[in-house]
Write a protein that binds this ligand. Sequence first.
Ligand code: GAR
Length: 197
Amino acid sequence: MLRVGVMVSGGGTNLQAILDAVEEGRITNVEIEVVISNNPGAYALERAKNHGIEAVCMSPKDYETRDDFNRAFLEKVDEYHLDLIVLAGFLVKIPEAMVEKYEHRIINIHPSLIPSFCGVGYYGLKVHEAALARGVKVTGATVHYVDGGMDTGPIILQKAVEVQENDTPELLQRRVMEQAEWVILPKAIDMIANGMV
Ligand code: GAR
């Protein structure tokens, strides 16, 4: 059984897709040990509790310095002896020490086809605003390993989604979630858990 921790910051629809896939047997050999959020108001924490999963909140705002938070965050994560950390809409930069310690054990979902619309400043709705502003006809989502850079690690899965005329950032975000993110994130976790990556 792969011991998995999921990091979230917001609504947690990607977390929900993972929980549903585990329950429906589309992800096997996985135990979700903990869900950690930096945001006490994140609905994702409720989703975790509804499934009987430990839900932890750790906010950088509760620490005097970023280094203090980074140390405490790594200590907390270490407590769960995780084989895989899934960043499912986690908007905090992973501390360097954690990236090193958990090399090849952290994956992230990003709502574009990397290397387009990624890196510093591209998160959430901003990604889709930028895609529409550039006028691309195809966008999508990417699951990748996390390395020391921002959205630069090795790509595991990608799925394309068509942009439609009259799309708003919100409409496009929803379509990318439904057609790509909620499909490839559970799939990547299942592949890792079953030695297929
Ligand atoms: C998702 O679209 C995810 O790809 C994105 O945040 C959203 C979280 O939604 N992540 C990033 O932009 C990371 N750079 P959710 O909380 O409903 O899963």
